[in-house]
Design a protein around this ligand. Structure first.
Ligand code: GLA
Length: 729
């Protein structure tokens, strides 16, 4: 039983295999948060709450003159603006009379078998009904205008608890949602570190760990996408938590648009975590009888450090968030045309590349940007999804057939949400782009954004895409989005609804992706947003892999993939071997290092293979057969961050271990060569201590490999790398 209800005392305990979460509706009907952490007795943990007369922290009217009862100091399960709790709140509603203060009180609760889903939004699912339960706790505002239904999905074996909030307006008048976050958690005591993942285009998801201090520390995006800049994933840990020890809590937002995630350390040393849609550009009008559902937030707890926390998210996202054929089928090794030829290609050029690719064992050829409309550079053409047969020298069907004749699958790039001003689409429908009346829009990469909140716009683009996809055999689609959104205004919505545009845009995106997956169930869709600008759990529901970054430098990728691994599985990270010197950094790295790094993701190549030497081609052949041999270990095994590439000087190391611990793969990249330098060792993890393992034909006990480690081979050149395969005897 995952959910334990004490109906008399209104204590609701949610249990997974290793974590516990609890809330209680108290004597005034206020829903208090009483526990999140290690699994224990489902005993009423409200004994932990202390009551004190806090000056300048008022008392709700129902508490009469009980000066020690203030919402400002009590742990709230879902805090509301204007309730006398002056910390950052999760809900702010404007009433028809202009008031924005609201208080919430418990009404009822309901237990359902299975995991809830959210219409039109991504959500973790669970196929086994008896391993997942849903609790719905209903609150009502004291002015009796609306219900707040708090949804909790408890998936015992995944060690994941999810949250979503559904607001129902039963007042007979419209109300305005100015803020409706998905998650609010109060920790009564403790000093914590906050881990966030910041970045920029070509350097996404750098891990940052800082002490939570008095005040509010927040990250977020107001770019209309989750962004390169901050990822919608947050970890709160004890100050002394390491990879392998200590308490930590992970919070992941399954949403691809504006978000906010914050930690507030209040002046009584309590910590509040909030996560949800960023309120800056969100104002939603809820008509009488209408409902609004917030996107889902997923939470996990680990008492054994960050590594275990990541493993929880990896497993859940791989198996219970990603969908479709490629969730469990081996993904093809691909060659993408972008860094090899950019816009400069003909059909013949692509076929020549495909020939060499097939000869080396590559399985999928992807034609990136430049195949449609007037598109020989990035100034024009977006929106005109009509094959440029003149450039290709044939139809798409013919090109695809010839690529298939070589034994390859065929893939194609789209950027459905954008439009160039120099395009037939824009000339015909200028109002289909997001633009503010009377203001010239901000351009980015010369392009504008289509109003995906409008169904007719989506239908038009969808039909265009289908025409292309139906005209050829296409097994893969790269869905790109190459700018942040600005000029948020829809020509289709009245003034009072303009605050809904960005959310409706995201719902429109999800609607398109859902329709595409329904119509082409075998299509492998890779998400992309100028690299990793929309690398989030929302997208993973529709696209099982995402292009991690436009930065393909193997050494830079160590940091990017390391940071990404905290919240996302290896199988979700698109990673390619590109040419040297690297296009972004000018750095040269050995081809094996580029492959070892790219293999620790969804593997592919992105360079002009026609320019490779015979020796390099032979190397690629070997790399692909190695990748195939290690596929299950890498993609379905457990991933261990052995070092931090932002701190380590000599070797950066990581490891994969099969679920049964019978096999492991140690990967090491030498970051610098030190002549006559000290030796380097690394300690393995996740092995069976008393089992015997074989490393290069020599036997070692598991505990020695983990506690004493193994010496790393001496690197002879800068950035040399090693893959060491370890098997149980
Ligand atoms: C973005 C993507 C690249 C490539 C180009 C094409 O930058 O991240 O991989 O597809 O667009 O214009």
């Amino acid at each position: 039983m995952a959910i334990i209800l004490d109906n008399e005392n209104k204590v609701f305990t949610l249990q997974t295999d290793h974590s516990m979460y609890q809330m209680k509706a108290d004597r005034y009907g206020v829903l208090l948060h009483t526990w999140f952490g290690k699994k224990g007795t489902p005993f009423d943990h409200s004994y932990l709450i202390t009551y004190a007369d806090r000056g300048f922290s008022g008392n709700p009217y129902d508490a009469e003159n009980e000066r020690t009862y203030s919402l400002d100091a009590l742990p709230q399960e879902y805090s509301s603006f204007g309730s006398g709790d002056y910390r950052a709140s999760s809900l702010k509603v404007r009433y028809p009379d202009g008031a924005s203060s609201c208080e919430l009180r418990y009404v009822k609760h309901e237990l359902c078998q299975g995991k809830y889903s959210i219409p039109g939004l991504p959500a973790i699912y669970h196929t086994s009904e008896n391993k997942a339960e849903t609790l719905i706790v209903t609150l009502e505002d004291t002015r009796k205008h609306f219900y707040v239904h708090l949804y909790y999905g408890v998936m015992e074996d995944l060690d994941i608890i999810t949250r979503s909030v559904r607001i129902e307006n039963h007042s007979g008048q419209p109300i305005w949602l100015d803020n409706i976050l998905s998650l609010c958690i109060d920790f009564l005591h403790g000093t914590y570190d906050m881990h966030t993942f910041y970045g920029r285009h070509t350097m996404e998801r750098n891990h940052q760990r800082t002490a939570v201090h008095h005040g509010i520390q927040s990250i977020g995006s107001t770019r209309g996408m989750s962004s390169h800049h901050y990822n919608p994933f947050l970890i709160l840990s004890d100050a002394n938590t390491t990879e392998t020890s200590g308490d930590c809590y992970g919070f992941s937002f399954l949403y691809s648009g504006d978000f906010i995630a914050s930690a507030e350390f209040d002046t009584y040393n309590q910590t509040r975590i909030l996560m949800g849609i960023h309120p800056d550009n969100f104002h939603y009008c809820l008509e009488p009888g209408a409902v609004f559902c917030s996107p889902e937030a997923a939470m996990a707890y680990s008492e054994n450090g960050l590594e275990q926390l990541s493993h929880i998210f990896h497993k859940a996202y791989r198996n219970n968030l990603c969908r479709g054929k490629y969730k469990n089928t081996r993904r093809p090794v691909l060659l993408n045309s972008w860094e090899g030829v950019y816009f400069d290609f003909t059909g013949e050029k692509l076929l020549n590349m495909a020939k060499d690719a097939a000869d080396m064992g590559i399985e999928l050829f992807v034609m990136d940007d430049g195949w449609f409309g007037k598109r020989d550079n990035d100034v024009s053409g977006l929106g005109d999804w009509i094959v440029n047969e003149k450039k290709l020298g044939c139809t798409l069907g013919e090109l695809s057939d010839r690529i298939h004749e070589l034994g390859l699958q065929f893939g194609i790039w789209f950027e459905p949400e954008c439009v160039s001003e120099d395009s037939e689409l824009y000339r015909t429908h200028p109002d289909w782009a997001l633009k503010i009346p009377g203001k010239s829009p901000t351009r980015s990469r010369y392009q504008l954004v289509l109003d995906f909140s409008r169904e007719e716009v989506r239908t038009y683009i969808f039909n265009q895409m289908c025409q292309v996809l139906d005209s050829a055999r296409v097994e893969y689609l790269k869905w790109d989005f190459n700018r942040s959104i600005s000029d948020v205004y829809s020509a289709d919505l009245p003034p009072e609804r303009q605050g809904e545009v960005l959310h409706r845009f995201v719902l429109g995106l999800y609607d398109m992706l859902e329709k595409l997956s329904e119509r082409y169930p075998d299509l492998l869709i890779e998400g992309c947003c100028g690299g990793g600008g929309r690398f989030d759990a929302g997208m993973l529901y529709y696209t099982p892999q995402i292009w991690t970054s436009d930065n393909t430098d193997a050494i830079e990728r160590l940091t990017i993939q390391y940071g990404t691994s905290f919240g996302y599985p290896v199988s979700s990270m698109g990673a390619h071997v590109s040419q040297c010197p690297n296009e972004q950094t000018g750095r040269c790295t050995p081809i094996n290092t580029r492959a070892i790094v790219a293999m620790s993701g969804s593997f592919g190549y992105e360079l002009d293979v026609n320019h490779m030497s015979a020796e390099e081609k032979e190397t690629v052949r070997r790399q692909i057969s190695l990748f195939k041999a290690y596929y299950d270990l890498i993609q379905y095994g457990e991933y261990y961050r052995l070092t931090d590439p932002q701190k380590t000087k000599d070797y950066h190391c990581w490891q994969f271990t099969s679920p049964d611990k019978g096999e492991a793969l140690l990967c090491a990249v030498a970051l610098q060569i030190r002549p006559n330098g000290p030796g380097c060792w690394t300690k393995l993890r996740g092995l069976i201590p008393d089992a015997i393992y074989l490393v290069n034909g020599t036997e070692y006990p598991g505990d020695a490999l983990m506690h004493a480690g193994i010496p790393l081979p001496k690197a002879k050149e800068e950035y040399e790398s090693f893959q060491i395969h370890i098997t149980k005897k």
